[in-house]
Design a protein around this ligand. Structure first.
Ligand code: ZN
Length: 244
């Protein structure tokens, strides 16, 4: 069984479709696991929701998904995110909103827990440091956990001595999903922030217990033109080509 792990698509249809094409070219996958933030920032919220609904998927809610359906205040959003959210809300038809409303904050699939932010705060926490990871291992029951939210690919491993370490998670290098507990972030499909503007996702192979990170080039300019036409904030348009 092969599973594509996707996070933070953020209404970027060009990036999303490029990732799906990449999965097909690698032999296809059985399921898509999505770690939240399907909408906001990008120009195609409704098309991204419709595409996700057609895939065999298991998805959780991100903070932007919840804000888009009034389940989370945008009070703590930065001004650009709040402006984009106002536009996003206007694009959603009742079915799209219903799909986002129905997303749970966490899902368990076998040995894996899926959340957006972190196990202890599925909606709000940006889990980026070893100290945070160490504390968060106490907040989920399964052996492994997938997270999104920070838009940066990362793996944390809990060692036998109780200490947490970073595992190298770079493009194309397989990592074994073994005895040690892991927290894994596949990076962001639609708005990477690790300095590489290409879409980021991971492929999990349950039979071989391997996970691999992939980066996919897509037509960034096409997404940017749509954003400009929609009058979305220029800072959001510009950051796509920098991957920051
Ligand atoms: Zn996000």
């Amino acid at each position: 069984m092969r599973i594509a792990i996707l996070a933070d698509i953020h209404a970027n249809l060009a990036a999303f479709t490029a990732v799906l094409r990449d999965c097909e070219q690698r032999g296809g996958v059985d399921e898509y696991w999505f770690l939240g933030d399907l909408v906001n920032y990008g120009p195609d919220p409704e098309k991204c929701i419709e595409l996700m609904r057609r895939l065999k998927h298991c998805a959780v809610a991100g903070n932007h998904d919840l804000a888009a359906v009034g389940k989370l205040s945008t009070r703590f959003f930065n001004p650009d995110a709040a402006t984009a959210m106002e536009w996003t809300i206007k694009q959603l038809n009742p079915q799209d909103a219903g799909f986002l409303s129905g997303l749970e904050p966490a899902q368990e699939r076998g040995d894996f827990t899926l959340v957006h932010g972190s196990p202890r705060d599925p909606v709000g926490e940006y889990l980026k440091s070893k100290g945070q990871a160490e504390e968060n291992f106490g907040y989920f029951r399964s052996r492994y956990c997938f997270i999104g939210h920070s838009h940066e690919p990362l793996i944390f491993r809990l060692g036998e001595d109780g200490n947490t370490s970073y595992v190298n998670f770079t493009e194309g290098i397989g990592q074994v999903i073994g005895d040690f507990r892991l927290i894994i972030n596949p990076g962001s499909v639609g708005q990477p922030r690790d300095g590489d503007p290409r879409a980021s996702y991971a492929m999990l192979d349950i039979e071989t217990s391997m996970i691999k990170l992939y980066r996919v080039a897509y037509d960034i300019g096409a997404t940017q033109i749509k954003m400009v036409r929609a009058n979305l904030p220029m800072r959001l348009v510009a950051r796509l080509e920098k991957g920051l």
